[in-house]
Ligand binder design. Structure first.
Ligand code: GLC
Length: 562
C-alpha cells in the first residue's frame, strides 16, 4: 500500500499511516519503522511546515516558506502526540521504569516554587559533591525529553526560559569577557530558608575544571527549544522576542567570520560532554554534529524579520558547506581507509587528493583491524595533517538524528555498531569513545589525567546516558532490534548498580571508579530509550528529516552497495 500523499508544494508526505501508540514491541517489528516516524504529522499539517521546510524552500523562496510557517499555526494541540508514560499503555512496563520515574522526579530542582531542571546526580553516599548538585544544560536534555514524552512540557519551558535569562548575564574569566551568546554549562539554585529567597549561580566555564566554555550548551538549548515546539505545537515560546534573540546570540558566536578555512567550528579541548583534556581540540565530531543540528533547528524557528533574515541566509550557506565537508572528509569506511593508506603527501594546489596532507604513517594500527568490510563512521577530528580515527558515539548518533549522515552513511554506522558490538557496546551500552588511549599517548594527550585512565570515564568508558541516542538512531534507521538488545543489557544492571554515571573496562563490566550513583541522565536516558521504542513517533521531536538539497557527495562505501 502506498501511504504517501502529495502535499500542496509537491513534496510527499508519509503521514497517512496510522500507528497505535499502544502497539507492543513485538508488533512493532512488523512495521516499516521508517514510515512510523512521521506520525506526529498526523495531527496537524502545520508540523510539516514547521520543521521540514527544505533548504531549497528556504533559499529559493524565503517569503513563501515564511507564509507556510506562520499561516498554519494551530494552538491547543498540546500533548496530542505525546502519549503518557508506559503505565498508561497496554505495553507491560519493566519494573525499572517506575523506579526510574521516581528517581527522576526526586532530582527536580525548584526556583521560587517552579521546577526548572534536574540535578546531575542525587548521590547521598558520595562525599565529594563537586558540581554534581547543579543543573547541567546537556544533562537536562534527556530529562527534558522524558518529560515531553510524558506530556509534561512545563518544566522544559521553565528551563528554557531560566537558561535564557542566564545567557543575558555578563560573563567574565579574570579580566576577559566572554561572548554574549554563551550559555552556561550548569547552574545551581541556592535556597535561603531564613530570608525565604532563591538565588541562582551559573557557571559559563569560569569555575569549570580547565576553565573551558561549554560550546555544546547553546546548541543543546536550540535543539531542545525545537523539541519543545515540535512536541507541544506551542509556537508561542520560540516566537517570543527573547527566544529569537537568544538564538541569534548563540548563532553570532558560531557563524562569525575569522581566519577559518573550514566550515567546521574550531574548539578547545573539553568544550562538550567530554569536559576534560582528551585530545579533542580542533574540530571534534560531537560539536560539529551538534552545530549542524542546531543550525537546522534554528532555521525552522527563526523569524524572517529584519534581524532574523540575515541569520537564515548565513545558516543556509553554512549548512551546505558544513555537510559537504563532514560527509566528505570525516567519513571513514574500508574503501576510504584504503585510499588514505595509499595517499601521496606534500601535494600542493587545487588538484591535491590528500587535501589535509595526512601522512599515512600516522594511521594507528588498531583502525586496520577495527574497520569491518561493511560499515563506516565519522571519525573524531579532521585538521591539517591530523586525523583522529577514534570513534565517538555521541557525534555519530547526532549525525544520524540530524541527517548530517546521508541515509547510506547512517545505515553504515549502524552496520559498524553491529559488526563491532563487543568493542562499542560490550556489556554496557555505550562506549563514549573507542579505543582508549594508554601509556605514553595517554600521558601526552590527557596530561596524565588520573580520571581518564584507559577504559575509564571519557577515555573509553561506557555511559548509560548514550542509550537514548543509540535508540533514537536505531529507530531512525529502522533497526529497533539493535536498541532492544542494548536496552536488555542496561536493564540487567542499571537499577541493581543504582544508576551509575559510567562503567569502566574494555567491556564496560565494572561500575566506574569515580562514577556517581543516581546519575540523572543515566536514569532519564533509559526512560527516553524505553518510551521511544514503545512509541517511535516520539522520535520526531529529536530527529530531522533528510534535506534533499544537501546531496550526498561520497560515492564509495562497501556497505552502500550491499
Ligand atoms: C561530567 C561529564 C559531563 C557532565 C557532568 C555532569 O563532568 O563529563 O559531560 O555534564 O559530569 O553530569
Amino acid at each position: 500500500m502506498d501511504n504517501t500523499k502529495v502535499m500542496a508544494d509537491g513534496t510527499k508526505d508519509f503521514a497517512l499511516r496510522k500507528v497505535s501508540s499502544h502497539c507492543s514491541i513485538s508488533e512493532m517489528d512488523d512495521y516499516d519503522l521508517s514510515k512510523l516516524l512521521d506520525k506526529p504529522r498526523l495531527n496537524i499539517e502545520r508540523q510539516r511546515s514547521f520543521d521540514e521546510r527544505s533548504l531549497s524552500e528556504l533559499s529559493i523562496g524565503l517569503t513563501r516558506a515564511l507564509e507556510n510557517y506562520d499561516g498554519v499555526y494551530s494552538p491547543g494541540r498540546s500533548g496530542l502526540n505525546t502519549p503518557a508514560s508506559s503505565t498508561r499503555n497496554s505495553f507491560e512496563p519493566h519494573p525499572m521504569v517506575a523506579d526510574a520515574w521516581e528517581a527522576l522526579r526526586r532530582s527536580l530542582v525548584y526556583f521560587r516554587g517552579q521546577p526548572v531542571g534536574t540535578i546531575a546526580a542525587y548521590d547521598h553516599a558520595s562525599e565529594e559533591v563537586l558540581n554534581y548538585d547543579q543543573v547541567f544544560v546537556r544533562d537536562f536534555v534527556p530529562s527534558a525529553l522524558a518529560f515531553l514524552m510524558n506530556g509534561e512540557p512545563d518544566i522544559v519551558k521553565n528551563f528554557l526560559l531560566k537558561t535564557l535569562q542566564l545567557q543575558g548575564w555578563e560573563k567574565r574569566i579574570d579580566r576577559f569577557k566572554l561572548g554574549e551568546g554563551a550559555m552556561p554549562a550548569s547552574f545551581k539554585v541556592l535556597h535561603d530558608p531564613l530570608r525565604k529567597t532563591d538565588t541562582i549561580i551559573a557557571d559559563f566555564g569560569e569555575s569549570a575544571i580547565g576553565r573551558v566554555a561549554p560550546i555544546d550548551s547553546g546548541f543543546w538549548w536550540i535543539i531542545l527549544l525545537r523539541a519543545y515546539t515540535k512536541s507541544t505545537g506551542d509556537l508561542s515560546l520560540s516566537e517570543t522576542p527573547e527566544c529569537q534573540k537568544g538564538m541569534r546570540l548563540i548563532l553570532s558566536l558560531c557563524l562569525s567570520e575569522g581566519f577559518d578555512t573550514f566550515p567546521t567550528l574550531l574548539c578547545a579541548d573539553g568544550c562538550s560532554m567530554i569536559d576534560r583534556r582528551m585530545g579533542i581540540y580542533g574540530y571534534p565530531i560531537e560539536i560539529q554534529a551538534l552545530f549542524f543540528m542546531a543550525l537546522r533547528s534554528a532555521l525552522v524557528m527563526l523569524k524572517h524579520d529584519a534581524e532574523g533574515k540575515e541569520f537564515v541566509e548565513r545558516i543556509v550557506k553554512r549548512l551546505h558547506a558544513l555537510s559537504y565537508h563532514i560527509r566528505s572528509y570525516f567519513w571513514l569506511d574500508f574503501q576510504q581507509l584504503n585510499d588514505i593508506y595509499r595517499y601521496k603527501t606534500e601535494e600542493y594546489s587545487h588538484t591535491a587528493v590528500n587535501k589535509f596532507n595526512v601522512i599515512p604513517d600516522s594511521i594507528p594500527d588498531w583502525v586496520f583491524d577495527f574497520m569491518p568490510t561493511r560499515g563506516g563512521y565519522f571519525i573524531g577530528n579532521v585538521s591539517p595533517a591530523r586525523m583522529d580515527f577514534r570513534w565517538f558515539a555521541l557525534g555519530n548518533c547526532v549525525a544520524i538524528l540530524s541527517s548530517l549522515a546521508t541515509p547510506e552513511q547512517a545505515s553504515a554506522i549502524m552496520d559498524l555498531i553491529e559488526e563491532r558490538w563487543e568493542e562499542l557496546v560490550g556489556e554496557m551500552p555505550l562506549k563514549i569513545s573507542y579505543p582508549a588511549i594508554e601509556s605514553h599517548e595517554w600521558r601526552i594527550v590527557t596530561g596524565c589525567d588520573p580520571k581518564n585512565t584507559r577504559w575509564s570515564y571519557h577515555n573509553g568508558g561506557s555511559w548509560p546516558v548514550l542509550l537514548w541516542l543509540l535508540t533514537a538512531a536505531c529507530i531512525k534507521t529502522g533497526r529497533p532490534q539493535i536498541a532492544r538488545r542494548a536496552i536488555d543489557l542496561a536493564e540487567s544492571r542499571l537499577l541493581k548498580d543504582i544508576w551509575p554515571e559510567y562503567y569502566d573496562g574494555k567491556l564496560g563490566r565494572y561500575i566506574g571508579k569515580q562514577a556517581r550513583k543516581y546519575q540523572t541522565w543515566s536514569i532519564a536516558g533509559y526512560l527516553v530509550a524505553k518510551m521511544m521504542l514503545e512509541d517511535p513517533s516520539h522520535l520526531g521531536m529529536i530527529s530531522l528529516e533528510e534535506d534533499k538539497l544537501m546531496k550526498p557527495v561520497i560515492k564509495r562505501s562497501s556497505s552502500w552497495t550491499c
